[in-house]
Design a protein around this ligand. Structure first.
Ligand SMILES: Nc1ncnc2c1ncn2[C@@H]1O[C@H](COP(=O)(O)OP(=O)(O)OP(=O)(O)O)[C@@H](O)[C@H]1O
Ligand SMILES: [Mg+2]
Length: 854
């Protein structure tokens, strides 16, 4: 095939394009498709996120501090200190390899999981319509698109019906644009090419048959994606981590520069001083943070996958744990989702075959959107409508909430409307009795309303059916839906799920309040809510919402937990308002009408059998539509959050404290308190237990409430425990230097051992809010602490490592003194921790407005 764009396919008739590209409307054979797949490659934009191993390895060195360290080391090598330089480089490399392997295996696991949820497309292959993964679509395929489809490639429309496409991703235009086959000018812009569809956009309503012209990175979307990386907005967690990074960088810079300057002023050798201060900086940077995050997230996503939740956007896991409001639609989540037809009734409430026939015609002939409701009607009873000829259709949309077909039936042209009860009643002015038609007076209206209310109160979904005789014309529009005759009701029932009430209580206990946002009417919604044990504290309907100002809604929203008769934009508005109130809001939905709300929420959740656009906009996809699965997910989200925070707290207390004291000590001592290579070795050894924090167990108390990032908390923590650690550090300095008159060799060796041991013990203490002996760490954490502790104690005696690191055996008396200090340190920290959490740990339900979030 020649270059397809050069033929400007949009400016040619579809027949001409078919001819030009040697295609037919019968689609490809599977043989041909296979060849084309080889030739054009898979239909996906080369995923830039999938970083190669090499890039990931190099990224371990992207930290400027590491680069400075390497440069400084090379300089010191040039001045003759090449053995030390080699040692430093070896340790730096060792650290990088450690975190690289951890991160690499984590990110691989995630890729595999993500591939589990794929968008699918219906294509014509070997003359049959089949569903294939969208990445297997090739140029030349004939595909069928309907409402909710994610358009998999660029193509030319062959046939369409009321086909509206949402192209905002590409053109920024937020309203859906109508598309149909035809010819446009050669130089037409993307917006003007109304005969084309583009990858990445989605079908708002209607349906179409499309010939695929370009796939993968040859598409318009691919062109754009090449130029920019579309970055989703930052989550709370991401910005938290970023700010934490800034905070440490600031401290680190000040510290490094000061230490360096002072050492230079005291006329110490500049290269040594530089290496020392840079090594300190390395000690302070939480360089394991990316690895820790990758591991916790990948472990989280793996266990979530086991629990039936596929994570599409990793960083949202943390948000999952901090979510305190969960909004959900009704069908399929609270109810079984398998709708049963309970009957078709005339306006007086008597069972009526005529009404069913109208509903059947409407459901059978509509082609706008495949949906379970119409399927239920078609499956309920098979009737022969072969003499009914379709003339037109006004597709369903979630604002109008009705669907019209225009047919030739009984020699008459009729419009048959089916839709939400009030939306249908609104357009009727008369009613069909058994004998005749009469206009709707107050008594009739009251009667109709009463039947509707009675059914609804039993949890039955009521649809209205109406018809009228209409003149035959080319095209029908929404304005034609008026002056109709109300024909009757269609009753549908959907069982509430059995286990939902238990899960709602569990969620409530976890600090997550459930709210229902549904398009169904308020009576049915209330009934369903009650039957699943959700206490309705307040209801708002779509029309009430419309009248409320943003401020009024902001006031009302806290007490409202049931929203009924809402349209897609109102769903979004509700989510936005809840967010404004400071909640971390989750939204769970499966239809196109849920997409705006999914986008607006902090945590978007969909299900495997949802429409593609909904799945595509979700952070999480549940393999089964159940609240229970979700409940497990929240637990894992909180575990992930907790372990990341643990690492930060451990690093900012012991590690940070140590480095800080050393900076201070370097001012008073006539020698360096530790050699640069020793600092790096401490850092390297303590990395092993630290990285296992990602795999640690979490106290159940911590999982009870949603938690948020709070930089204030971390700062207070850092200052409190940093100070305590400093006090003991200076005590140690004094005892060593003054008490034991230790000179540099013995001083550095003692300090080396002391540093590592305190860091290990602090890790065990800080990992829990409870007294450390009351919380059981994961075995791997205990082992790594024990092994590193043992290594540290014997290292001064092991040749040649002790020589390489310049550490020597420590006198027993000094060792005893060090142990004494360590015991006191532990007792003090435990006590301080107890009071600290008692007074300051009140970050549950943090309000976005009141507290700065880290
Ligand atoms: N195919 C259809 N034909 C006619 N009316 C329909 C159709 N689909 C939906 N409706 C009407 O539109 C209303 C809103 O649709 P729907 O219930 O799917 O919205 P929702 O917000 O997704 O609700 P849910 O919480 O039940 O998922 C329905 O209650 C029904 O009255
Ligand atoms: Mg729905």
């Amino acid at each position: 095939m020649e270059d397809k764009k050069s033929i400007k396919y949009w400016s040619m008739s579809s027949d001409k394009v078919l001819e030009e590209l040697n295609l037919t409307t019968d689609g490809l054979s599977s043989e041909d498709a296979k060849l084309r797949l080889q030739k054009y490659g898979e239909n996906s934009i080369k995923d830039k996120k999938k970083t190669s191993g090499l890039i990931l390895f190099l990224s371990q060195f992207k930290n400027p501090i590491i680069i400075i360290l390497i440069i400084a080391t090379l300089i010191s090598a040039a001045t003759g200190e090449w053995i030390d330089a080699l040692i430093i480089l070896a340790i730096v490399l060792g650290s990088a390899i450690l975190s690289f392997f951890q991160e690499y295996s984590a990110s691989n696991a995630i890729e595999k999981l993500r591939a589990k949820v794929q968008a699918k497309t219906i294509v014509l292959r070997d003359g049959k319509l089949i569903e294939i993964p969208s990445i297997k679509v090739v140029p030349g395929d004939i595909i069928k698109l309907s409402a909710g489809s994610l358009i998999p490639a660029d193509g030319l429309i062959l046939e369409s019906l009321d086909f509206f496409v949402n192209q905002s991703v590409l053109t920024g235009e937020s309203l859906p644009s109508e598309k149909e086959s035809g010819i446009v000018a050669k130089d037409a812009s993307m917006e003007e090419r109304i005969n084309c569809v583009f990858m990445g956009t989605n079908v708002h309503s209607g349906s179409a048959t499309v010939m695929v012209i370009e796939t993968g990175s040859d598409t318009e979307f691919g062109e754009i994606a090449k130029k920019l990386t579309l970055r989703p907005p930052e989550t709370d967690f991401e910005s938290g981590v970023r700010h934490f990074g800034y905070l440490l960088t600031k401290i680190m810079l000040i510290l490094t520069l000061t230490v360096f300057a002072i050492n230079v002023i005291f006329k110490r050798p500049p290269i040594d001083s530089l290496l020392f201060s840079v090594a300190l900086a390395v000690g302070i940077t939480p360089q394991l943070l990316p690895a820790i995050i990758s591991i916790t997230l990948s472990m989280g996503s793996r266990s979530m996958a086991k629990a039936g939740v596929i994570v599409r956007r990793l960083n949202a896991i943390e948000n999952f744990g901090s979510m305190d409001v969960l909004c959900t639609d009704k069908t399929g989540t609270l109810t079984e989702g398998t709708i049963r037809l309970d009957g078709a009734m005339d306006f007086e409430g008597q069972s009526s075959d005529d009404v069913f026939r109208l509903a059947y015609i409407n459901a059978k002939l509509q082609i706008g959107m495949t949906n379970s409701l119409d399927q239920t009607i078609i499956d309920a009873k098979d009737i022969d409508i072969s003499n009914v000829k379709k003339q037109g259709e006004i597709a369903f949309d979630f604002t109008r909430k009705r669907l019209s077909v225009i047919v030739q039936d009984d020699n008459k042209t009729k419009m048959i409307v089916k839709g939400a009860f009030s939306s249908v009643l609104d357009i009727c002015n008369s009613v069909q009795t058994r004998e005749t038609q009469k206009s709707i007076d107050d008594t009739t209206l009251a009667k109709i309303q009463k039947s509707y209310a009675d059914w609804s109160n039993q949890g039955i979904r009521v649809l209205g059916i109406a018809e009228k005789i209409i003149t035959l014309k080319e095209k029908y529009v929404v304005e034609d839906e008026k002056d109709m005759v109300f024909m009757g009701f269609l009753l549908l029932f959907d069982h509430p799920k059995a286990d939902v009430s238990k899960t709602i209580v569990e969620l409530e206990n976890k600090g997550v309040s459930l709210r229902i946002i549904t398009g169904d009417n308020r009576l049915v919604a209330t009934h369903t809510a009650q039957s699943v044990g959700l206490k309705v504290s307040g209801i708002l309907t779509g029309s009430e919402l419309m009248k409320l100002s943003d401020e009024a809604l902001l006031n009302k929203i806290e007490t409202t937990n049931l929203f009924a008769e809402v349209d897609p934009n109102q769903k979004e508005r509700i989510i936005m308002t809840l967010k404004k109130r400071g909640h971390v809001v989750g939204y769970m939905g499966d239809g196109i009408n849920d997409v705006p709300a999914l986008y607006a929420s902090d945590v978007s959740i969909s299900v495997d059998n949802a429409v593609d656009v909904a799945k595509e906009s979700a952070d999480f996809v549940l393999m089964e539509n159940s609240l229970k699965v979700l409940n497990n997910g929240i637990q894992l989200g909180r575990t992930t959050f907790s372990n990341t925070l643990k690492y930060i707290l451990v690093t900012t207390s012991a590690n940070f404290g140590n480095m800080f004291s050393m900076a201070g000590a370097s001012l008073f001592l006539p020698f360096l308190p530790l050699l640069p290579k020793q600092i790096l070795m401490i850092n390297f050894l303590t990395d092993f237990p630290a990285i296992n924090i990602a795999r640690d167990s979490v106290d159940s108390e911590i999982l009870e409430k949603p938690r948020r990032w709070d930089i204030g908390f971390i700062k207070r923590f850092m200052i409190t425990f940093g100070l305590i650690s400093s006090v003991f550090d200076y005590l140690t300095f004094t005892i060593l230097f003054v008490g034991f008159k230790a000179q540099h060799g013995i001083f550095q060796s003692s300090w080396f051992v002391f540093s590592i041991l305190t860091e290990l013990l602090i890790l065990l203490i800080m990992r829990t809010q409870k007294p450390f002996y009351k919380s059981k760490p994961a075995p791997i954490l205990i082992y790594s602490v024990a092994i590193v502790g043992a290594i540290t104690l014997i290292l001064p005696y092991v040749r040649p490592i002790n020589k390489i690191l310049d550490i020597e055996p420590i006198r027993p008396l000094i060792l005893i003194a060090l142990f004494g200090i360590i015991v006191m340190y532990i007792i003090t920290t435990e006590t301080a921790k107890h009071y600290f959490y008692k007074s300051k740990w009140r970050d549950n339900n943090v309000n976005r407005k009141n507290k700065r979030i880290l």
